[in-house]
Design a protein around this ligand. Sequence first.
Ligand code: ADP
Ligand code: MG
Length: 710
Amino acid sequence: MNQKTDTKRMDARTHNDETLDRVPVTALKGVGPRLAEKLARLNIATVQDALFHLPLRYEDRTRVVPIGALQPGRRAVIEGGIDHAEIKFGRRRMLLVHLSDGTGALILRFFHFNAAQQAALARGMRIRCFGEVRSGPAQLEMVHPEYRRVDADTSDPDAASLTPIYPSTEGVHQLGLRNLTDQALAWLEASPDSLPDWLGDSATAPAALPGLRAAIRLVHRPPPEVDLAALELGEHPAQRRLVLEELIAHHLSLRVLRWRAQSLQAPVLRGDGRLRQALRGQLGFPLTAAQERVVAEIEADLARAHPMLRLVQGDVGSGKTVVAALAALAAVESGLQVALMAPTELLAEQHLRNFSAWLSPLGLEPAWLSGRLKGAARRDMLARIRDGEARVVVGTHALFQEEVAFERLGLVIIDEQHRFGVHQRLALRDKGGQEAQLPHQLTLTATPIPRTLAMAVYADLDTSVIDELPPGRKPISTVVIPDSRRPEVVERVRRACAEGRQAYWVCTLIEESESLQCQAAEEAAAELREALPELRVGLVHGRLKAAGKADIMQRFKAGALDLLVATTVIEVGVDVPNASLMIIENAERLGLAQLHQLRGRVGRGAAESHCVLLYHTPLSRQGRERLGVMRATSDGFEIARKDLELRGPGEVLGTRQTGMMNLRIADLVRDEALLPEVERLAERLNRDHPELVPRLIRRWLAENVRYGSV
Ligand code: ADP
Ligand code: MG
């Protein structure tokens, strides 16, 4: 077996006609099948993959730092003479070595050491150490540094470049990865054509960025004189060159989905407008200008014979539901079915109620499908969906399941889309029922993000923005209060409810099990019932049966409950206009977008609304800043932008864009200014060299090929 891999191994200098995306990593010395298997876990299968396995950060081992200039928390190389070494017997036996260099002194602390080490670390020796500097009880320390003896007159650096630290996995060490990239870089040096630069000069010249090969070399082996500050911020021109290419690859991977949709067929949903007219007539309010604009955009898409892939972004309360209902009716008027899907049972039920209220008078009863529908009722529902009797089907991701087949699905509407993955969307798309035709797809999201960022993250979708709230909405005033003042807050609930208003009390526990969350809500409800005996207190959480939850929500909506204690299950979509006070416990633990969603449950009626954010002391600086943002603004776009800055896009946008968020070197927030350029270059590459598009995508998104986008 070893024999075989040996003969497969190629020498860099004799195989310079291969491009590195076609050369298996086993062609490098020392990479046998066992290591190759481990490298596969890092998505390294080819020599090109090794070159695009980029360092996470760097350590500067090129400079010896005077001990007097050390900062705790930094890793550094120091050199000095040993003044004194001693064995201490505390709770653990340890070796303490006192080192000084004329600028300061420092202690090396070893918990594990043998006699030879002890002898080598004796008074009078000169050593060079590398490790993390910490502040110890008396003075600065390094615990278990790497060290070696030096002679008094050597001052040669340990490395000619900063030491890269790579993302790693069990059984693959930094030295191994460095060795791998050393070989790959040598290969590149010997045959530059093995790594083609597909962006060319016109991409990089205007911004004075280096070419691809120079950029790759620099990020793997930055020379000692490199601008370290720029490198650490990810703003070095070499990094920007790679960022640009990575973002182009991601953009293209999403665009490919979109372009493909243009070549696919979908039913033309023009309809006669009769049902839509009837709905508008009975709404009791005119649409806002923004809603009208978005409805027109959707209707134009639906009238085309290619599948719509449109995302509607609109702040909490901007009125997305009625826009979705109008789209649904366009499909029904054209004789096709509609599936409306929401991420939680509670939200799906609420859509069902809204749609029932709007559509029943038009003679259309929406159907319901959730995972909890069982037995005969389920079989019956599946049959009604299959034979087309159910025109509008509302549900949860149960709608994705294989056994659900539609007679003729014309439109899929997905609410709060950031919770669904790209794959799930594709799965629903395949439920068209008619082989040659795909349903149109409309997604709604209440996490508005800046336009340039949306272009990057949603490049597979057309986007519409409802950038206006219905008239008459009163701003919600928000206060931030420590939970030590909880009794005052309870009084406030009492007063609000005495005036006929309703209130939410939201219990949050993140990173805990759902059952703990439910328990916390149960305890809060019990306490509040005791403190507020005159109020009718309801409780909803994830462990309640769907019917029970719906019943409580219904009673709250009807005014039969004054106070609703809830977990974050009420986060999205719940609409009770008379509720004008919301208390959120442990608000500091939630993301801003989530707080904004929660807070959006109040301020839906005519009354002045209030939100109380309770936090547990002490509050971190970041926590203070985040809650401050909530107090200062209720603009969803601004909140989303802050949240992106503070937590990063992966957290804010959730799992949907795992592809987009698995970035190696780019950072959507830091690199936002590049995005227009990314779009321009991506379109150009696709126009001039469509054959390179799949190769560029594979270079950067090897692990995402399963998306079916490559
Ligand atoms: P969201 O965009 O958060 O999903 P909803 O669709 O739930 O918002 O709408 C919030 C509330 O505003 C609902 O009660 C809805 O009926 C109402 N609404 C929607 N559009 C308008 C409008 N143009 N004028 C007045 N009220 C509206
Ligand atoms: Mg909604």
